[in-house]
Design a protein around this ligand. Structure first.
Ligand code: FMN
Length: 220
């Protein structure tokens, strides 16, 4: 992969990404329940709080040369859950993306170019129990990875409140909001959160401050 970080640009497969991010800064903090373990999609009382966080995040090899035991977006999902509570559903592909970064990059590029929906391992939650759904993922090829788009295709959130959060390496939200409008045209979309994955990885405390400040601003 060609990397042009010094110029504020990176390349994913054939896609050149210019820096469109606009991270937030300092904020306050409020802590509530502990985060569910990654991959634990069981929940004692689904929908009790009316808030659901769904996310996809890749462990293992990641951009630019990271080997992550917890993915960047998963970190943000944990921070959101710590503050707002509610249920968490981790989107896990039925067949995992390859451990090798370049293989994943190639596969994801093909999948998105051909609009091939990737099956999800677990049964999807009944989303009718939730009034607010936080939706998180890395930016892949300028938008939601196809495994996230599978969830979006198969679960209609109706007029629920949708709160996007993404990690990326320069695209910011990319086309995320347009894709949300395509799948969930009646959703009420609040201001989302975006941050570079490398920034989250380098400074977890700073990322938590950014998340807390954003949540405060949008009323959580
Ligand atoms: C297959 C693939 C495609 C990517 N495409 C983009 C992109 O188009 N724009 C961008 O800014 N970052 C892109 N990235 C970087 C990821 O969005 C970034 O590393 C993110 O923080 C990874 O989050 P995760 O650890 O939750 O999976 C891509 C990464 C991968 C693996």
């Amino acid at each position: 992969m060609l990397t042009l970080l010094g110029l504020g640009a990176a390349s994913f497969g054939g896609l050149i990404v210019l820096d469109q991010s606009n991270s937030t800064a300092q904020g306050s903090s409020r802590r509530t329940p502990p985060a569910a373990a990654p991959g634990d999609n069981s929940s004692a009382a689904p929908g009790a709080d009316g808030i659901l966080t769904i996310y996809y995040s890749k462990t293992g090899a990641n951009y630019p040369d990271l080997d992550l035991t917890v993915g960047n977006t998963a970190r943000i999902a944990e921070m959101i859950r710590d503050r707002v509570g509610g249920d968490v559903f981790e989107i896990v592909p039925e067949t995992p993306y390859p451990a090798d970064y370049d293989e994943t990059d190639r596969m994801a590029g093909e999948e998105e170019a051909e609009n091939r929906f990737r099956p999800i391992r677990d049964a999807l939650p009944d989303v009718s129990a939730y009034h607010t759904v936080f939706v998180g993922h890395p930016i892949w090829y300028g938008e939601q990875p196809m495994v996230v788009q599978t969830f979006m295709r198969d679960r209609n959130l109706g007029s629920a409140t949708v709160v996007p959060f993404v990690t990326h390496e320069g695209s910011g939200f990319g086309n995320t909001l347009e894709v949300i409008a395509d799948f969930w045209p009646d959703a009420q979309v609040l201001e989302g959160f975006e941050e570079r994955g490398t920034q989250v990885h380098r400074d977890l405390d700073g990322a938590r401050r950014d998340v807390d400040q954003w949540l405060e601003r949008i009323g959580f």
